[in-house]
Design a protein around this ligand. Structure first.
Ligand code: UT7
Length: 334
């Protein structure tokens, strides 16, 4: 093998069966189907039942990715798990997934980069493989938002946005001669904006880390300064996509598909417009799942691979922006 490169060998996704429509939310908080669709593009999202955890969603997605890649569980040498809604404060979901897949002994890394978690995870998998540390890595992005949302009037600005689901990819070593390989990643963060999109408690930054008052005042639910996040998102998405393309001498016309983190249809439309891309090249499924944070890119990727929209050799740019703020892109030949 001349050059060690990395490729995505298989994709998989899993969403819970339970569909939650905007009308259902309207019944428990002061919102409307019209407001949600106009401001976000979301019509429905999926919520788990009372038993299914974030790790369970990840296991289901992982098994589908393993099938598509033609791997057995035993082929997995390392696990990376990206989520902001882990089953426990600690340990992380990586070891829980490892146990549920029956793979004691292999390493498991947790990524806490929220909306960009999948791309930060992909960049780590790519680096581990290129340097020869591993040949086959399972990367999972999964979220169970439904248990953490504030389902009343005070939570309406965030509760209507998020949904549950998981996506996974099997990442393996290749020499790239067949035209299927990851090209490069660009990772960014600006922690000055940490307070603009966060869950404040529980956290060891306060003492005690969780009180009755924190629960009552809503700081254990997501907080978002929507306008500030929106303003930055429409700037950073095109910026980081163009950074990826220009670093390789490409222009937007060369891209077969841009798969953005699914934050808001208006953001996705603004990205398409800014890049001069037809809407069909900028993948969107937010209508059906809402924002699934670390899971949104691998779910969308899995869907377009299965639909045949993205084929082997397609030039694909994955891009994300979110809490932190963090933003990132991964450019690849699928
Ligand atoms: O994945 C992480 C990244 N996340 C994002 O990128 C999200 C970025 N932000 C957004 O997508 C948008 O800011 C939102 C969808 C969250 C909000 O849309 P907006 O057009 O920025 O609305 P707004 O926050 O300016 O609120 C407009 C009005 C307000 O009422 P007043 O002050 O004008 O009377 C809100 O109180 O809409 C009200 N509002 C709602 N009304 C009905 C806020 N949430 C709701 C709701 N239903 N669920």
């Amino acid at each position: 093998m001349t050059t060690r490169r990395t490729r995505i060998a298989g994709t998989g996704h899993y969403v819970p069966d339970r569909v939650v429509t905007n009308d259902e939310l309207e019944a428990v908080m002061d919102t409307s189907d019209e407001w949600i669709r106009e401001r976000t593009g979301i019509r429905e999202r999926r919520f788990t039942d009372s038993e299914t955890t974030c790790t369970d969603l990840g296991v289901a997605a992982a098994r589908r990715a393993l099938d598509e890649a033609g791997w057995s569980e035993k082929d997995v040498q390392f696990i990376i798990f990206a989520t902001l809604s882990p089953d426990m404060y600690f340990p992380g979901n990586g070891v829980l997934l490892q146990s549920k897949l029956g793979l004691p002994g292999i390493g498991a890394l947790d990524v806490r980069n929220q909306c960009t978690g999948f791309l930060y995870g992909l960049s780590a998998a790519d680096a581990y493989i290129r340097t020869g540390m591993y040949d086959r890595i399972l990367l999972v992005g999964s979220e169970r938002h439904s248990v953490g949302l504030r389902m009343d009037d005070r939570g309406r600005d965030t509760a209507v946005l998020f949904g549950d689901g998981a996506g996974a990819v099997c990442v393996e070593v290749t020499d790239g001669v067949d035209g299927s390989f990851i090209i490069r990643h660009h990772l960014h963060a600006d922690g000055r904006y940490a307070d603009e999109l966060c869950i404040r408690s529980p956290g060891a930054g306060t003492r005690p880390w969780l009180t009755r008052e924190m629960v009552d005042d809503g700081s254990s639910h997501p907080y978002m300064n929507g306008r500030e996040v929106f303003r930055n998102a429409v700037k950073r998405f095109p910026e980081v996509i163009l950074e990826a393309l220009e670093s390789e001498g490409y222009t937007p016309e060369n891209v077969d598909a841009v798969i953005p983190h699914q934050a808001n249809q208006r953001i996705t439309d603004a990205v398409a417009k800014r890049l001069g891309l037809p809407p069909e090249k900028v993948i969107s499924n937010i209508e059906y799942y809402g924002n699934t944070t670390a899971a949104s890119i691998p779910i969308a990727l899995s869907e377009v691979v299965k639909a045949g929209t993205v084929k082997r050799g397609s030039l694909v740019c994955l891009a994300a922006f979110g809490s932190g703020f963090t933003w990132a892109s991964s450019l690849l030949r699928y």
